[in-house]
Design a binder for this molecule. Structure first.
Ligand code: SF4
Length: 234
């Protein structure tokens, strides 16, 4: 089948602003959008810039807007889009470096701000820090995050104020706040209760819709809000 791929292009060395360019590509219904971008770059226009790494839904590099919705290009099949017209744009809310490549620095700055690592200064037990299956289940969903940025860059609150830590940072914090072995929950909750924390979330659910890992992002944010308000992790 023939598909038309319309890409929002921008080369800072010669373009004053972003503009669309269209490409005709021969595709199989089971081709992924990433395959189409590779064909365009390999055979039609080698200047096209986009991020990719694992190409199997694990690294999170190829998040972009596909037909108006944030998705991973490596997980989006042509047949899933139900159209032969495919529009590909960079993630919203971040500075475009070139074509589909955006500057992720503020995204990772917000991620680092919530201490996304295990904190426990108590002397380690002889064997291991035990945890029951129920305690592990408490934060299982948020362990699946691959830091693709699809949630944060689909959030109108983030578009309006890039100081808002955003859904991905809150998901990262949730993963440790509800880990029974960690000891920095209070510190993280304080960070998230401040002016740029969870109260910027207006429960719009774009983040949950966008997440390629199926994480219940809005639910996780709600659990963090509840922990702040009640002072309890139950
Ligand atoms: Fe990507 Fe989902 Fe993690 Fe957000 S929560 S960064 S959408 S994997």
């Amino acid at each position: 089948m023939q598909v038309t791929v319309k890409i929002l292009r921008y080369n800072p060395e010669k373009d004053e602003k972003q503009h669309y360019e269209s490409y005709q590509v021969e595709a199989d219904p089971t081709d992924r959008v990433l395959d189409l971008l590779e064909k365009i770059k390999g055979y039609q226009d080698g200047t096209l810039a986009f991020r990719r790494s694992c190409a199997h839904g694990i690294c999170g590099s190829c998040a972009m807007r596909i037909n108006g919705r944030n998705r991973l290009a490596c997980k989006t099949l042509v047949q899933d889009l139900n159209t032969t017209k495919i529009t590909v744009e960079p993630l919203l809310g971040l500075r475009v470096i070139k074509d589909l490549v955006v500057d992720m620095e503020i995204f990772f700055e917000h991620y680092r701000a919530v201490k996304p690592y295990f904190v426990n200064d108590e002397p380690p037990p002889e064997k291991e820090r035990l945890q029951s299956p129920e305690e592990r289940e408490r934060f299982d969903d948020t362990t699946k995050c691959i830091l693709c940025g699809a949630c944060t860059t689909s959030c109108p609150s983030f578009w309006a104020n890039r100081n808002y830590l955003g859904p991905a940072a809150i998901v990262a914090a949730h993963r440790f706040i509800f880990d029974s072995r960690d000891r920095a929950a209070a510190e993280r909750l304080k960070i998230l209760s401040d002016h740029f924390g969870v109260y910027h979330c207006h429960t719009i659910y774009n983040c949950t819709d966008a997440c390629p890992r199926g994480i219940q992002v809005t639910k996780a944010i709600g659990e963090v809000k509840k922990a702040i308000m009640t002072g309890s992790l139950d």
